[in-house]
Design a protein around this ligand. Sequence first.
Ligand code: CA
Ligand code: ZN
Length: 301
Amino acid sequence: MATELSRDKAFFAFSPDVVPVMRLKQGEEISIETHDCFSGQLKTSTDTLETLDWSITNPASGPIYIEGTMPGDVLRVDLLEVRATGPSVMVTVPGVGGMGEMITEMETTVLTHTEDTVIFKDLIEVKQKPMLGVIGVAPAEGEIPNSTPGGHGGNMDCTLVTTGASLYLTVGVEGALFGCGDMHAAMGDGEVVICGAETPGVVRLTAQVVPIPGLPTPFIENDEVVAVIASAATVDDAYKDALARMLGFLTDVAGMPLNDGAMLMSLVGNLKFCQVVDPLMTVRFEFPKSVLAKYGYVMPR
Ligand code: CA
Ligand code: ZN
């Protein structure tokens, strides 16, 4: 049976100073329960954000000390399963989110779950694609609230962080101090209203150090694409960083001629929003693995 971690073991900021709740061997499978981003405080449509205890929002389960990891190591997290257990909630909050100035009423909506869908107001059935909003490691120094994305990972709200994907993060401190949470049963790119279908869930994963010098992290791959994830104060700054780091990966790591990389990024790559509602904006740049293979590069396993 896999090692397990309860959702009761949660933290609210990635930091070298948060005491790990457990140790995990590299490659050892763990099953992690996660809270929804409100720590389960919103249970019915009459529970609104007015009464919310904000100090316990955006919990991440952990932190987990991953044995044998040192600062500068690239940690590959293989997401074996990201499973929503439901129910999910969504909210509107006046003044908050991508359309905050247009929203006048606070609302909480509970979405029921079927085996593989969520149901919005008994009207719209949406296929589940459970993903983790928050996933990361402690930065080398300082404290980054779980509300905030960055080079350490954190609240990236990237829809690629789902079953079957591998996420690469650079370890900041000995033991990595890994954690994850903020699962969404479904969400569109951008997370524009401020949330997805916010759900508790269970994640099965392994984590191990991989020798890929120069890999620009946070970096993610699935069967089809690799992607760099970039967060910055503005979308402009985030996309420029994502483009620069993907081109750097194509040339320095995958060995592609610079102009080939640049033209192919424009021909078959995709610049996408992750989220525009957190303290920093997050975008990603996706590039097809089939094209990398034509240039003789495959991600080492
Ligand atoms: Ca989030
Ligand atoms: Zn969330």
